[in-house]
Design a protein around this ligand. Structure first.
Ligand code: FE2
Length: 292
């Protein structure tokens, strides 16, 4: 089958046809998807009802899985519903019941409704994330994406020069603090030690520059925290203007891939008394501090 991609948005996001994600892909298909990712940054595959093992196998065509045993994963192994290699982004507990509204895991999940780039709080942030829809609630729960390449390009030259060498510190502590969730254990506080990331990153395949923003970014090296927070908030507002944003209304069987090195995303609200079962595989990227 020939791989083809139909744009879903004026600046990024494409819908792929000609790929069955259950199958082992040919080199040509892998190359076509990678090329599509380099151009569109977010790709939508329809009607892919995958098992966890099939999603993991498909993901591994494009790189190396992120290691979920590293610190920073909130659900301890014994409390997880799914096997290794795939992350549970549902609102279900390990028994398959809807988690309570005061569950700490739910508090962490709520922070995903802030704009972010996956694993920007890790020294090696994520390359691609792949999210599959298994069970969807009756309304809401869109995932929104913002193109950080277009956002960078749209900055004026003075601003580009001002941010050229800025370094931010990212941590889950900052993004959870932003929604008033500060009740972290000493182990979590130690595991979420801030990491340094450049504010501008260069894509290793395309050479395109983008803003490396994320709600995990809480300080700028050498700045006061209030000045840094306001500056990052202003930049995030710029970067998430509607012209740079695509909102994805999920259908069962959708599989989305996004490039965390070129985009931010956020989850949207839904009725948490309904089941939302979505599952994510993640590919590890490269150290952004070295990619400039
Ligand atoms: Fe995310």
């Amino acid at each position: 089958m020939t791989v083809s991609i139909r744009p879903l948005h004026p600046v990024f996001v494409g819908e792929v046809s000609g790929v069955d994600c259950h199958d082992a892909l040919s080199t040509q298909q892998v190359d076509a998807v990678e090329a599509g990712m380099n151009e569109f940054a977010v790709l939508v595959f329809r009607d892919q009802h995958l098992s966890d093992d099939e999603q993991i196998a498909f993901t591994c065509h494009f790189g190396e899985l992120e290691n979920y045993n590293t610190p920073g994963h909130v659900r301890k192994r014994e409390n997880q519903r799914l096997g290794p290699g795939i992350a549970d982004f549902s609102n279900l507990d390990k028994h398959g019941n809807i988690m309570s509204g005061d569950d700490r895991v739910w508090f962490f999940k709520l922070g995903d409704r802030l704009w972010h780039s996956d694993s920007s709080f890790r020294p090696i942030p994520a390359k691609y994330s792949l999210l599959s829809a298994r069970i969807l609630p009756s309304w809401g729960a869109n995932t929104e994406f913002a193109d950080m390449r277009a956002a960078y390009d749209a900055l004026d030259e003075r601003m580009k020069a001002e941010i050229e060498d800025l370094i931010c510190e990212h941590s889950l502590i900052y993004s959870r603090e932003a929604i008033g969730f500060t009740d972290l254990t000493p182990e979590e506080t130690a595991a979420f030690r801030p990491v340094r990331q450049p504010l501008i990153r260069t894509h290793p395949s395309t050479g395109r520059r983008s803003l490396f923003l994320s709600s995990h970014a809480g300080t700028i090296a050498g700045w006061t925290i209030p000045e840094a927070r306001m500056f990052l908030r202003d930049l995030t507002e710029h970067a998430t203007q509607r012209e740079f944003v695509y909102s994805h209304p999920w259908r069962p069987g959708d599989l989305l891939i996004w490039d965390n090195r070129a985009t931010m995303h956020r989850a949207r609200r839904f009725d948490r008394t309904e089941i939302r079962d979505v599952r994510r595989t993640t590919l590890t990227g490269e150290a952004a501090m070295a990619s400039r």
